[in-house]
Write a protein that binds this ligand. Sequence first.
Ligand SMILES: Nc1nc2c(ncn2[C@@H]2O[C@H](COP(=O)(O)OP(=O)(O)OP(=O)(O)O)[C@@H](O)[C@H]2O)c(=O)[nH]1
Ligand SMILES: [Mg+2]
Length: 206
Amino acid sequence: MSNQVNVIKLAIFGQTGSGKTSLSNILFGLNWQTDNAVSCTQEVHQHEGKLALFSNRTSNLTWQLLDTPGVGESEVADEEHFQSVYSAFHSTDVILWVVQADTRAFAEDQKAILKLTDDLQKLPNAHFVLALNQIDRIYPEDWDEDKNVPSHEQFSLIPEKINLVYERFHPYIPVCRQDILPCSVLKNYGLQNLVNILSNYQQQES
Ligand SMILES: Nc1nc2c(ncn2[C@@H]2O[C@H](COP(=O)(O)OP(=O)(O)OP(=O)(O)O)[C@@H](O)[C@H]2O)c(=O)[nH]1
Ligand SMILES: [Mg+2]
């Protein structure tokens, strides 16, 4: 595995607009283009470097990041992107699947995983982490700006969201409940937890 030389491969997947590129930017201090209206990333983008956010124990690590085009843009686009997304999916140490916290529709993610795994026949030997991004947008969208945390009401819905995502994903990918992390790129919330979970993998395996 690549971390013998302290390089960990991290590839990011998920529906278009879930925030994959936004996460890439904030985690690695990049300035890749994002868009709030149209599907943005049209090819796999690669970057090698240190995390902008890290714990002391991970500061010596170098990551090879792959940011992939989102699934569910259109049938044509999904087909065009498939080979490069498939290669990224099968050549990485850590798979970060990003979902929008305010959605309850996961069929596109499930279909994409079925295709990427040849109908679950070919699962990569990677650590699966799920980011429940855009947690600021969950009902009733009344973020606690003073403390920069979810409001009381939003906070009380998070366990339910995590359960739902777990139920929808665990028949398809080997993800553990504790590896489903609520976060918000917009609010810079939950990202240190995410980094810790991503980095734990390296610690276990090295
Ligand atoms: N409210 C909110 N908006 C976010 C958050 N993260 C990303 N966004 C916004 O969501 C939109 C889509 O973000 P992108 O990072 O381009 O999403 P993507 O998954 O890379 O999209 P594709 O490249 O099309 O697959 C942008 O307008 C971001 O600013 C978040 O945590 N909260
Ligand atoms: Mg993108």
